[in-house]
Design a binder for this molecule. Structure first.
Ligand code: ADP
Length: 255
């Protein structure tokens, strides 16, 4: 039987006195495309940031690709994972942020080749060959030598997607990747993501307010409210026949 590629078990995340996630559990199967929806502040982004090890957890366990993320068992007790372990785990995951986060003083191609050269020790020629393939995939091969400031928001976001793919992650996390874009630039980014979903077997987790896209893209939709999964199911079921009142109210407001 196939094992989940992500297993989140009873995690608690606190920021000071604020409990953001309160005993959250969820599993994601390899290749699954998941949409996380729900009101602002319900903890969706926090989950992605925890998976990316940008945030730690207060309690619970997370397993990625068969290995514990934050804690490792040692002589029967649990100890925090060391940096080397986290570094290795991070390579399994690529993340694309709302605000692109490109290196402003590096050209587009360098933005993509930097991580594979530094973290995987790839030589420049191989990294650039792969970088150009990725730029081609996102439709920006002609912008390889441009600086980020010369690109539109949609183009920057497509570069950010190519950069996240450069380390060949098994899992891709997309955090509201179109919400900082002008409306006319949203579609070019969504179409790259559609292509990725159709052409690769990567596991993809998407936090989004684009309900139409979530419907078409996801195999499964999770509705979050106040740090909990209130309801989950196939997009057709969640969007057309939400069972929980909180889901109904949210969808009525947003659609
Ligand atoms: P969502 O993505 O669903 O909008 P978030 O995961 O961004 O929600 O945030 C969940 C809650 O955690 C919010 O109440 C937010 O204010 C809080 N929060 C997020 N990051 C921090 C932080 N670094 N420090 C304190 N509180 C935070």
């Amino acid at each position: 039987m196939t094992e989940p590629i992500i297993r989140i078990d009873n995690i608690v995340k606190r920021y000071g006195p604020l409990t953001v996630l309160d005993g959250l559990s969820m599993e994601v199967m390899p290749g699954e495309k998941l949409a996380l929806i729900g009101p602002s502040g319900s903890g969706k982004t926090t989950i992605l940031r925890i998976l990316m090890t940008l945030e730690t957890i207060s309690e619970g366990f997370i397993q990625i690709d068969g290995e514990q993320l934050y804690h490792m068992k040692k002589a029967g007790s649990l100890v925090p994972a060391d940096e080397r372990h986290l570094h290795r785990m991070r390579e399994k995951i690529g993340m694309v942020f709302q605000h692109f986060n490109l290196f402003p003083h590096k050209c587009v191609l360098d933005n993509i080749t930097l991580a594979p050269m530094l973290t995987k020790g790839m030589d420049r020629a191989a990294a650039e060959k792969r970088g150009m393939e990725l730029l081609d995939m996102v439709g920006l091969a002609d912008k390889a030598k441009s600086m980020p400031a010369q690109l539109s928001g949609g183009q920057k976001q497509r570069v950010a997607i190519a950069r996240a793919l450069a380390l060949s992650p098994k899992i891709m996390l997309f955090d509201e990747v179109t919400s900082a874009l002008d409306p006319e630039l949203v579609e070019e980014v969504l179409s790259v993501m559609r292509k990725l979903a159709a052409e690769t077997d990567m596991t993809m987790l998407l936090v989004t307010h684009e309900m139409g896209f979530a419907h078409d893209f996801a195999d499964r939709v999770l509705f979050f409210d106040r740090g909990k999964i209130v309801e989950e199911g196939k997009p057709g079921d969640i969007f057309r026949h939400p069972k929980q009142e909180r889901t109904q109210i949210f969808l009525r407001k947003i659609i």
